[in-house]
Design a protein. Structure first.
Length: 246
């Protein structure tokens, strides 16, 4: 499967001509190359990526890995992030993030990495992808300048009292409570149609559940689930799903 994808990507150079992208050969230079409209790409980043990924000054791993220096990085190449088994195997097989592989992955994550844990349906428009990659590229071309780049790290979506965030969840209790969650969400992190919650950072999980509880996140089933949970139960679930394979 992986080798077929690589052959397809290697034969796909002709698609770049229609994307308004700079020639691939020029991307090895020291300056940032505008693959598309990076200014427009910043808006697409907020719309498509920023809920799970961070990039720029102070970027950290969250639901997804940070994307600083993503260009030329080996797939599953960060030592401090827990990736899905599928993308880890692809990295071992030689997958690196280039314009072509990123373009294919953003267009349809499951076509490139069938078992990816990334809960994203894909971005079908080629110009949208070119603009988005133009923006992302700015954080890889000159890695020494990343600390001075405009920060794109996303704030937690809801302000919670410090005492709620300070609760240390009981992982074993969380495992017991998780049986209801696992009727829909896959334990292995597979995300075909239903978002993965495997290995979410605890603070992000807690914030998301409270956002459902208060009606800030619009999903009636999740709102009903969250409203049945108290603060300790939410913290317990967060502790379990953050370490589900440990």
């Amino acid at each position: 499967m992986g080798n077929n994808v690589f052959r397809t990507l290697l034969g796909a150079g002709a698609i770049l001509a229609g994307l308004g992208a700079a020639p691939l050969a020029a991307q090895t230079g020291s300056g940032a190359v505008p693959l598309g409209d990076a200014a427009r790409g910043a808006g697409l980043w907020e719309q498509e990526c920023a809920a799970c990924h961070e990039m720029g000054r102070g970027a950290e791993n969250g639901i997804g890995p940070h994307l600083n220096r993503i260009f030329s990085r080996r797939a599953a190449g960060l030592d401090d992030f827990v990736y899905s088994g599928s993308i880890t195997r692809m990295g071992r097989d030689g997958l690196r993030w280039t314009y072509r592989t990123l373009d294919a992955y953003i267009e349809n994550p499951y076509a490139l990495v069938s078992g990816t844990r990334m809960s994203y349906a894909g971005l079908p428009d080629a110009q949208d992808r070119a603009d988005l990659l133009g923006y992302i590229r700015q954080f890889s071309d000159m890695p020494e300048d990343i600390p001075e780049a405009e920060p794109t790290a996303r704030r937690v979506e809801i302000d919670l009292p410090p005492e709620v965030l300070a609760i240390r969840g009981d992982r074993e209790w969380g495992e017991y409570l998780a049986s209801e969650c696992l009727t829909c969400h896959q334990r292995d992190g597979a995300a075909m149609g239903i978002p993965s919650i495997t290995h979410w950072p605890e603070d992000r999980f807690v914030a998301a559940m409270h956002a459902y509880k208060e009606g800030l996140r619009p999903h009636s089933v999740m709102q009903n689930v969250a409203r049945r949970l108290d603060n300790e139960e939410i913290a317990a679930l967060a502790a379990y799903f953050a370490t589900i394979d440990d």
